[in-house]
Ligand binder design. Structure first.
Ligand SMILES: Nc1nc2c(c(=O)[nH]1)N[C@H]1C(S)=C(S)[C@@H](COP(=O)(O)O)O[C@H]1N2
Ligand SMILES: [Mo]
Length: 211
C-alpha cells in the first residue's frame, strides 16, 4: 500500500477532482429532474399567426384599455435575462436565456395603471388557452413578455411571436402565443387550473394540483 499522507492525499484529490460546472444546490425544486433538451408542451395546435393582423390587448380592471400592434410591441425596451424553468411534468431546464420586455417596463412605458381592485391577470392566448397569475407574482424583476429565446425569435412551437415568462412559477403559467392580458378583481382559474392544477403553482412548495 502506498503511504501517502492523508492530508496531502485529500489536497491532491481536491486538485484533480473537477468542480461541477455549475452549482446546482438550491436550484432544482423538489420532484424535478434536469433536462438539456427543450421539451415542447401544449394543448392543441400551434396557431398560424399573421403579424400584420396580430394584436395584444390589455383590458379589464385597468384605467385605460390598450390594443398594441406587433410593431408597437417590438418598440418596447428589450431586456435579456437567464433563468431556470420548471414544468409541472417534472422537467427543469437551467440557464435559459430570453429577450423581451420586462413586466415592470411594460407597465411603466405604456403607463398601464391597474384599478385599485385589480389583484390578478388572466393571460389569454390564441386558441383559447388561459392562465391566471397574481399581480404580486408578476411584480418581479424576472417576469417578461418574451419574443426571443437564445437570441433568436421564438420557435412557433415555443410561442412565437410572444409569450409570457413567469420563471418563479411552474411553466404552464408561461403562456405561449399571448394575445391578451385581462386585469381581474380577484382570482379566477385558467385552462389547467380549472382542470385541477394549482391556482398558484409555486414549485418550491410543490403546488402542482389544487386538491
Ligand atoms: N397557449 C398555450 N401556452 C402554454 C401551454 C398551452 O397549452 N397553450 N402549455 C403550457 C405548459 S403546460 C407548458 S409546460 C409550457 C411549455 O412551454 P414549451 O413548449 O416552450 O416548453 O407552455 C405553457 N404555455
Ligand atoms: Mo406543463
Amino acid at each position: 500500500m502506498p503511504t501517502e499522507d492523508p492530508t496531502r492525499k485529500v489536497e491532491r484529490l481536491k486538485r484533480v477532482t473537477r468542480r461541477p460546472e455549475r452549482d446546482l444546490s438550491g436550484r432544482v425544486p423538489p420532484g424535478q429532474f434536469i433536462t438539456e433538451r427543450f421539451p415542447v408542451l401544449h394543448y392543441g395546435e400551434v396557431p398560424q399567426v399573421d403579424l400584420a393582423t396580430w394584436d395584444l390587448r390589455v383590458f379589464g380592471r385597468v384605467e385605460q384599455p390598450l390594443r398594441l400592434t406587433w410593431a408597437e410591441v417590438q418598440a418596447l425596451p428589450a431586456t435579456t435575462i437567464t433563468v431556470d424553468i420548471h414544468c409541472v411534468t417534472r422537467w427543469s431546464k437551467l440557464d435559459t436565456t430570453w429577450t423581451g420586455v420586462l413586466w415592470r417596463d411594460f407597465l411603466r412605458v405604456l403607463n398601464i395603471r391597474p384599478l385599485p381592485d385589480a389583484t390578478h391577470i388572466m393571460a389569454h392566448c390564441d386558441h383559447g388557452y388561459t392562465t391566471n397569475i397574481g399581480l404580486d407574482v408578476l411584480d418581479d424583476d424576472d417576469t417578461m413578455l418574451a419574443w426571443a429565446y437564445d437570441g433568436r425569435p421564438l420557435e412557433p412551437e415555443h410561442g412565437w411571436p410572444l409569450r409570457l415568462l413567469v420563471p418563479k412559477r411552474y411553466f404552464w403559467k408561461s403562456a405561449k402565443w399571448l394575445r391578451g392580458l385581462e386585469f381581474m378583481a380577484g382570482d379566477r382559474p385558467g385552462f389547467w387550473e380549472r382542470a385541477g392544477y394549482h391556482m398558484e403553482g409555486d414549485y418550491w412548495k410543490e403546488q402542482r394540483f389544487g386538491w
